[in-house]
Design a protein. Structure first.
Length: 137
């Protein structure tokens, strides 16, 4: 029923953090589990010498123009807390990346489906702007 609303009726959806990760085909956190398969890829643990989970403010590097970025400049900081990342099969779905020892997708999109690895609800003015932009799509 959810997929029907998203795919057939083209209702916009915004996955936040784990909500973004569940858009994938499968995830590898504490086993291997199926996702919704809305955007091709898998969820993998970040391989890093840095502390996990990645918690705190980090900037996004915008790769493609999109209405979700209206009023949000490249390099804006958002609040992250995660140990896993979305390993996209198609890099054309990548709108922005963030670096934490590795570069990982911080904003993804396929048609009406968006995902953000960070928490816009905890990201002050920039997060509010991003949510408003999504609601105005």
């Amino acid at each position: 029923m959810l997929k029907n609303q998203i795919i057939l009726k083209k209702k916009p959806i915004l996955g936040i953090c784990v909500g973004m990760q569940i858009l994938s085909d499968f995830g590898k956190e504490n086993g291997t589990y199926n996702g919704l398969s809305l955007i091709k890829g898998s969820v993998e643990k970040i391989v890093t010498e840095e502390i996990l989970p990645h918690v705190g403010w980090n900037s996004i590097n915008i790769l493609a123009e999109d209405k979700i970025f209206e009023g949000i400049p490249n390099g804006t900081d958002f609040y992250f807390t995660h140990s896993f990342y979305f390993n996209l099969l198609n890099k054309n779905n990548e709108l922005a990346v963030t670096s934490y020892d590795i570069d990982f997708p911080s904003i993804i999109k396929k048609n009406n489906i968006y995902g953000v690895q960070f928490h816009p609800e905890k990201s002050q003015g920039a997060g509010i702007r991003l949510i408003k932009n999504f609601l105005n799509l």
